[in-house]
Ligand binder design. Structure first.
Ligand code: GTP
Ligand code: MG
Length: 216
């Protein structure tokens, strides 16, 4: 990374620590929000729409590699302004409907600014990839200023997540050059996963309706 003009190694190290800390704080704010939604939803509807939440901060190596790939100048201001996934959160939901609910509940909070939203569930990628992608900006309250930070939130069902993790492994195994026959099978598996999601959601709704009738 480019050192500031008057920079010593120590200044640079401190600045880098402050840089990654702001992402860590922003991510923790979001994780708290997600946890509140999860607990409250469970209380109201007696089931959890969120099965699992994962998070990560990009490593310095991965930040550098992406900056080079995307032609982002290697300085803190440019990275802050142009790299949106230094903080990443992945939410796995039980059902398709819940992915949209969780997205809306997060996007509706007044201190969460949605910068970008991509619906790869309604419009899957050509390989079959499905997920909701949301880039958000949250304010981090530091001792001397408010630092807005970006985070990427991916929301998908367990079946979509199962598919995506296998596809990711296969993609790396073949270094991006996945043979057509495997690609066809992956596409087929994505269809099967999609059908499973619809079936599970239907079953879940049936059971919920039965429960509601029993309570009345
Ligand atoms: P980058 O963020 O630079 O990768 O480019 P982009 O913004 O065009 O990517 P996109 O928003 O489509 O994807 C961001 C992230 O979503 C990736 O880093 C992956 O974690 C995930 N993702 C996107 N497409 C796929 C896919 O086809 N397969 C799998 N397994 N994950 C994907
Ligand atoms: Mg992206």
């Amino acid at each position: 990374m480019t050192a500031p003009p008057d920079g010593t190694l120590r200044t640079l190290r401190d600045e880098f620590t402050r840089f990654t800390m702001s992402y860590q704080f922003g991510m923790e704010e979001l994780l708290t929000k997600i946890n509140i939604l999860k607990e409250e939803f469970t209380h109201l509807h007696s089931y959890s729409p969120i099965e699992h939440v994962g998070s990560r901060i990009k490593t310095p190596d991965s930040i550098t590699a992406k900056a080079i790939r995307k032609n982002i100048p290697l300085n803190f201001d440019s990275l802050r302004a142009q790299m949106f996934d230094i903080a990443g959160i992945r939410i796995t939901c039980s059902f398709i409907e819940d992915t949209y609910k969780v997205k809306d509940m997060l996007a509706g909070q007044h201190d969460v600014r949605v910068v970008e939203f991509e619906d790869y569930i309604a419009n899957p990628k050509p390989n079959g990839y499905k997920s909701l992608h949301m880039i958000v900006e949250v304010p981090v309250f530091l001792s001397d200023r408010v630092q807005p930070v970006f985070a990427e939130i991916q929301i998908r069902t367990i079946a979509m997540d199962f598919w995506a993790s296998l596809e990711h492994k296969i993609f790396y195994k073949y270094d991006g050059e996945v043979p057509q026959s495997i690609r066809d099978e992956l596409q087929d598996a994505a269809d099967v996963a999609g059908r499973l999601d619809v079936k599970m959601e239907h079953l879940h709704n049936e059971v919920q309706a039965l429960d509601a009738r029993r309570e009345n």
